[in-house]
Design a protein around this ligand. Structure first.
Ligand SMILES: [Zn+2]
Length: 205
């Protein structure tokens, strides 16, 4: 038996030219991510709000607004995706207007700002880190409230802490979110990007 002969030419075939078929226009999309954390409040009067849902009988979180950490994470992921000011700049924690604010209303305002800047939400995915209360019984309601405010699907999942660190000691609740937004081709937003898009996209009267 002889060893296999090495092919005369081991050069790879040259790549075939790309198809000349017209590619569909790719919508301009951007992703944003966020992290938020709130410690539990010493104020027994505060209600725990997560994803726009009241969790009666559980200690509330501390914050200038209703401290809804899940909704805040959704807001910041959307604002980040659109390159807008973050939640702290948009809703300052020294502004009395936002004292005790319903974060779902803040989310609606943030989405309004995002749309005004020429972006539409595609979806938001949020993960909350906490051991208690369990989110599962209220998860569908949270999804409905958040999706209704965003005008696009929002999913929420819960992750336990494995008793690690401050969250494992029950000192607070953290949440992370990712959001996808798409450029609205009909937007009249005046940002640089939108102005560019407007130059390329002749508008109908
Ligand atoms: Zn927050």
């Amino acid at each position: 038996m002889t060893e296999s002969a090495i092919p005369a030419s081991s050069e790879p075939e040259p790549q075939k030219a790309e198809s000349k078929m017209a590619e569909p226009a790719t919508p301009e999309m951007r992703v944003g991510q966020s992290f938020d954390i709130h410690r539990y409040s010493d104020d027994a009067e505060r209600t725990l709000m997560l994803g726009g849902v009241r969790f009666d009988g559980h200690r509330g979180l501390a914050g200038h607004s209703d401290a809804d950490v899940i909704t805040h994470a959704c807001i910041d992921a959307l604002l980040s995706a659109a390159g807008l000011d973050d939640i702290g700049q948009m809703f300052s924690d020294t502004d009395p207007a936002w004292a005790g604010a319903d974060s779902i209303q803040l989310l609606r305002r943030a989405v309004d700002a995002l749309r005004a800047a020429g972006w539409d939400p595609v979806n938001v995915s949020c993960v909350a880190v906490l051991d208690s209360p369990k989110l599962a019984p209220q998860r569908e309601l949270m999804r409905q409230r958040l999706s209704d405010a965003v005008g696009a699907p929002v999913t929420v999942s819960g992750r336990t802490t494995e008793s690690v660190g401050a969250l494992g000691r029950g000192e607070g609740v953290a949440a992370m979110a990712a959001a996808l937004v798409v450029r609205n081709p009909h937007s009249t937003a005046s940002s640089d990007d939108a102005a560019l898009a407007g130059q390329q996209d002749q508008r109908h009267t």
